[in-house]
Design a binder for this molecule. Sequence first.
Ligand code: 0O2
Length: 221
Amino acid sequence: MNNAEKIKEYLNDEMLDALAQNGRPFQELMMRYNCAMLEIKTKLDVLNNEFSLENDRNPFEAINCRIKTPQSIVNKMKRKGIEITVENIEKNLNDVAGIRVICSFIDDIYTLCEKLCLQDDITVVEIKDYITKPKPNGYRSLHLILEIPIFLSKEKKPMRVEVQFRTIAMDFWASLEHKLKYKKNIGNAEEISAELKQCAEDINILDMKMQKIHNKIFNLS
Ligand code: 0O2
């Protein structure tokens, strides 16, 4: 089975023919996203190491990396009404390579974000601060779209990676809310959305209280 056939079998969607017929360019694009994601992940690991040594604690609870699945890429392109080609994926999607950083405290999120954005091989394409300005459903996270060059054997390519920073509590909330988004035929969806929104407010209060207690313990302002 060649690459195009493998992709076609896995994808099982007529809209994916274009990608399947372009098996090799699609694989190359995913390889480039993977390399960019590894570079940013290494930078975050370095910051985590340095911060841990200086402050005697890890600012990150977890770092998770993922490359968007072909099916999820196609769903998003369809949602945005974009023709599905390899070129259009690179041009229009910012979150094919994604890193989620889970922190204990909100202040750590902003400290680490600043340190990452100041690195001179990184270009900050966009910052969406859904912590200061939550989404109407209550979603909170700090999203960065970063561009980083990857050095291949014959060329240097700038690639985009989305980094999402959130607290443990925000992550707990987002994973439950994500289930509501993708579950079909929920009779009481409105009631659940209202409950989730209230939970998001409660979580925010909790995150701020935990930050204050932490600051008191360590005599931080
Ligand atoms: P999935 O299935 O999680 O991958 P834009 O870049 O402005 O065209 P986009 O991509 O929606 O629009 O940007 P945004 O708002 O930064 O969202 C990017 C990702 O953040 C989403 O990817 C989700 O993973 C997450 N996210 C954003 N809003 C919500 C929300 O309300 N609830 C939850 N649980 N997650 C959210 P995808 O591809 O939309 O979804």
